[in-house]
Design a protein around this ligand. Structure first.
Ligand code: G6Q
Length: 544
């Protein structure tokens, strides 16, 4: 089926016309007109409560947005992904993170082969290894049990593991210490290891390609750090394991492929936290809880695949994001988890959303004439309230917000949780309804201050309530955003699964490295700014 360019689709034009009528309507009016709006624009599914009533939408808006999804071929794209088609067309790859959480008996065929048994074989090896570490049965070179696990990886091979470890720390084996090294800045490695004993430390070198500059530099430094204390090359086998798709490079590095956990080219880096890249997570929380996390992912996969769009949470999340991004001109989305353990969740989502959908051409290479991914950002509430919420409430930018909260705390201490959750509800209320001038005046505020004390409101929020932060809930949360990203990418007609935009800087850095390290005055052929910066660096570093 041929799909018209996005801005020429009838559903797009209808949304444009609808926007012209709706964009001045206040949420106060929408709520006043429908006393049951709060219940009618909310969904209960997957053990979650998804309240989208505080969005600037009517039933008509949703009907048109769903029409847009249909006209954009979303259904067909979903089936293509789950069916193992090579929808990552610029890299000729299938996109099958959903296979990572498929049940044992499922069949998902790529290039004539069912990949599900391979997934489970790796999960079983991971589980056996994780148990050996957790039980103290995996001994280091000197016979001491492993107490410290350091994941070395970057991008998709780091952000998921760090986020999941922080999110699920409550469930983690506290006798073990977990650290994450990603940056090529030596500070990262030095600070992560300064108080660790080599004899008790295991490095997980996580790299799909096993060629990434930052990761390989850190891995080599880790090797030196180990050898300097343990003396002997044979120590490496006890203190290094690899997570990779590249057995040849793993062997070259000196890690026995017996200690390598594999994955596949159909797992994108930013979609890999539930593959072997999650080995550190599994060691932290144990194989059973890791399985519970996978079950959470899978529940959302099934929901995404089979629920009609009107009741499909990730589809609605994606379409609402398009509504503000493409019609209201909103440039960003704030993700505000009211849960301290989710402190790295916004950072994780930044890669998932922006590396996926920060694209300027459609699948066939035509330049888009509409906006693609908004900027995602955020911090845990309530800290953000004492910092940037001012701009959301009274600044000049429209910032839709996702508020995430939990009914039950992981630490029941005094009144903390009620105070925390009161803030979730209060913020959503304040953002939606604001405080008009007559109300400010009625409160006796002097006229000169009235304008300063007005809250316009009409700022859209989603409130996502779960019962408790568990591995399963975390899996659900991540999968919701994965499929929301997919929905948006499908409507925009872009490839959400490549990342060519990271290449140019990498290649230029490779060219500059010898110009920084070489002896004598190098001949510089950059622009005058880059040349001057390199010269100044060399002078200050004392290499001239
Ligand atoms: C993610 C990207 C990217 C990747 C890193 C690390 O989708 O592909 O962030 O994960 O560049 O790559 P390696 O795992 O190959 O080291």
């Amino acid at each position: 089926m041929d799909i018209l360019p996005l801005t020429r689709r009838p559903s797009w034009r209808a949304l444009q016309a609808h926007f012209e009528k709706l964009h001045t309507v206040h949420l106060r009016t929408l709520f006043a007109e429908d006393p049951r709006r709060g219940e009618r624009f909310a969904l209960e599914a997957l053990g979650l409560y998804f309240d989208y009533s505080k969005h600037r939408v009517t039933e008509e808006t949703l009907r048109l947005l769903i029409g847009l999804a249909e006209e954009s071929g979303l259904r067909r794209r979903i089936d293509a992904m789950f069916g193992g088609e090579k929808i990552n067309v610029t890299e000729q790859r299938a996109v099958l993170h959903v296979a990572l959480r498929a049940p044992k008996g499922a069949t998902i065929v790529v290039d004539g082969e069912n990949v599900v048994p391979q997934v489970h074989a790796v999960l079983e090896r991971m589980a056996a290894f994780a148990e050996r570490i957790r039980n103290g049965n995996w001994r280091g070179h000197t016979g001491k049990p492993i107490r410290n696990i350091v994941n070395i990886g970057i991008g998709g091979s780091d952000l998921g593991p760090v986020m999941a470890y922080e999110a699920l720390r409550f469930y983690s084996r506290r006798a073990l210490t977990f650290r994450f090294v990603s940056n090529v800045d030596a500070t990262d490695f030095v600070e992560a290891t300064h108080d660790l004993d080599q004899a008790e430390t295991l490095f997980i070198v996580s790299s799909k390609t096993f060629t990434t500059l930052e990761t390989m530099t850190n891995a080599r430094t880790a090797r030196q750090w180990c050898l300097q204390a343990l003396g002997d090359e044979s120590a490496i086998a006890k203190h290094f394991v690899a997570v990779s798709t590249n057995a040849a490079e793993v062997t070259k590095f000196g890690i026995d492929t017996g200690n390598m956990f594999g994955f596949w080219d159909w797992v994108g880096g930013r979609y890999s936290m539930d593959s072997a890249i999650g080995l550190s997570t599994m060691i932290a929380i144990g194989p059973q809880q890791f399985q519970a996390m996978l079950d959470g992912f899978r529940a959302v996969d099934e929901h995404f695949r089979s629920t009609p769009f009107e009741r499909n949470i990730p589809v609605l999340m994606g379409l609402l994001s398009i509504w503000y991004n493409n019609f209201f001109g909103a440039q960003t989305v704030a993700v505000l988890p009211y849960e301290q353990y989710l402190k790295r969740f916004p950072a994780y989502l930044q890669q998932l959303t922006m590396e996926s959908n920060g694209k300027q051409v459609t699948l066939d290479g035509s330049v888009v004439d509409y906006q693609t991914s908004p900027v995602y950002w955020g911090e845990p509430g309530t800290n953000g309230q004492h910092s940037f919420y001012q701009l959301i409430h009274q600044g000049t930018k429209l910032i839709p917000c996702d508020l995430i909260g939990f009914a039950k705390p992981l630490h029941s201490v005094g009144r903390h949780h009620d105070l925390l959750m009161a803030n979730v509800f209060a913020q959503a209320e304040a953002l939606a309804f604001g405080k008009p001038a007559d109300q400010v005046r009625a409160e006796g505020v002097p006229q000169a201050l009235v304008a300063h004390r007005v809250f316009e409101g009409n700022i859209p929020t989603t409130t996502l309530l779960a019962e408790r932060l568990t591995p399963e809930t975390l899996g659900k949360l991540v999968a919701l955003y994965e499929h929301s990203v997919f929905t948006q990418g499908a409507v925009w007609g872009i490839n959400s699964f490549d990342q060519w935009g990271v290449e140019l800087g990498k290649a230029l850095a490779q060219r500059i490295v010898p110009e920084l390290e070489g002896a004598g005055e190098p001949e510089l052929r950059h622009d005058s700014s880059t040349n001057a910066l390199i010269r100044r660096y060399r002078r200050q570093r004392g290499s001239e």
